[in-house]
Design a protein around this ligand. Structure first.
Ligand code: B12
Ligand code: SF4
Ligand code: SF4
Length: 306
């Protein structure tokens, strides 16, 4: 057994903005998930259908799992957009700095090493998107916030602007957090704000209607006209439903150096990115989330948003 407070202080010291700890158990949303897949809402994200047993039970994903440490990093921009006047296109704010996968993985690796110093036998599995793991569900269980109707975690400390990562460990702790209450009530601001009507219902996102899916994840050579005409100039991701949430009254600028807006983000915002060669694009956007759809995907997005 290890003291929860020791783990939490270490995580905060390493740069997490919030941290909670919960016990593993089977995730109760398997039926909803299967309905989501069957409805075709995953589009061409075939990986979502893989490793179902692991996704719905952390003890299958990591045998011997005793506790799940969940961290949140605030990514709300620390400044207004530098090039507001020249700006033609929008880029989701999570992508303005270094790729959060690297930032959170680095932090959780350090946390795992420092826990090993206290308990040499402790072992842990890091989850930041790449593992089949329901990040938002576990974040709610660990008390970081609740799953809003826009399907993302909402925090009473940071609004919609938390990125999540978890460390599953083979060690119990002396006290676990309680799941967070849901505060959405009758509000449906996020659902009504979506320009492409991507929510068939509360807590359900049809990714094949979501600008974020089309501009980041889709491998299609073109974006359907119906989506394109409602893209509102979002060429990488989309923050519209997140921005609509009234709990953003608690938002505050992030303090994470790696999330500071990089100069190359403006190449997308001005549209100048299309003048880059493939090699220049790779060099400039190395370690940025923007590299994911490749230059060809970014050009596709700009064409569709015009
Ligand atoms: C695939 C994926 C996407 C896809 C699909 C998104 C989706 N909502 O499913 C696309 C590409 C569209 C996407 C977009 C974005 N994403 Co994304 N994405 C993921 C990923 C890898 C998996 C999510 C998943 O499992 N989806 C499958 C569906 C079926 O699951 P679900 O929405 O969780 O739905 C379940 C619940 O709604 C539940 N359910 C059903 N009924 C009910 C009822 C109630 C009351 C409740 C509580 C739950 C519930 O059942 C469903 C099935 O299990 C996660 C990381 C991870 N491993 O979790 C990041 C993640 C969700 N994404 C993230 C972010 C930041 C984004 C964007 C904001 C990026 C952007 N600015 O463009 C957008 C937001 C779009 C939106 N409104 O969700 C963050 C969200 C952080 C947070 N605070 O929640 C995550 C957690 C990554 C991270 N490590 O931080 N994403
Ligand atoms: S990210 Fe944009 S397109 Fe996707 S659901 Fe939210 S508002 Fe709609
Ligand atoms: S906008 Fe309203 S319904 Fe949507 S997540 Fe925020 S509080 Fe919940």
């Amino acid at each position: 057994m290890i003291e929860a407070n020791i783990i939490k202080s270490k995580a905060l010291e390493l740069g997490a903005d919030c941290v909670g700890i919960t016990r593993p158990h089977p995730v109760p949303y398997n039926a909803e998930f299967q309905r989501w897949l069957k409805s075709g809402y995953a589009g061409d994200m075939e990986y979502m259908a893989r490793l179902q047993n692991e996704r719905f039970d952390p003890s299958v994903l990591f045998p011997g799992a005793e506790s799940i440490i969940v961290i949140g990093l605030n990514y709300f921009p620390d400044q207004q957009d530098k090039i507001e006047e020249l700006k033609k296109y929008n880029v989701a704010s999570y992508a303005w700095g270094e790729d959060y996968h690297f930032v959170i993985r680095r932090l959780l690796k350090r946390l795992r090493s420092s826990l090993k110093e206290i308990k040499p036998k402790i072992n842990g599995r890091i989850c930041v998107d790449t593992a089949p793991f329901m990040d938002k569900y576990w974040a709610q269980q660990a008390g970081l916030g609740w799953i809003g109707k826009h399907t993302n975690l909402v925090s009473r400390q940071f609004g919609s602007w938390l990125l999540l990562g978890s460390l599953i460990v083979n060690e119990t702790v002396d006290s676990y957090d309680n799941p967070h209450r849901n505060f959405c009530g009758k509000c449906r601001a996020c659902l009504d704000s979506c320009p492409t009507s991507a929510f068939p219902d509360s807590h359900i996102l049809n990714a094949t209607r979501c600008i974020s899916y089309w501009t980041i994840e889709s491998k299609s050579l073109s974006i359907p006209e119906e989506i394109g005409k409602n893209m509102n100039r979002w060429v990488f991701g989309c923050d519209i439903c997140l921005t609509a949430c009234p709990f953003n009254r608690f938002e505050k600028p992030n303090q994470t150096e790696a999330f500071k807006c990089r100069d190359e983000t403006s190449l997308l915002e001005t549209g100048q990115v299309i003048k880059l060669t493939e090699n220049q694009f790779i060099t400039k956007f190395k370690s940025s989330p923007i590299s994911r759809p490749h230059l060809s995907g970014i050009i596709r997005n700009i064409k569709a948003a015009e």
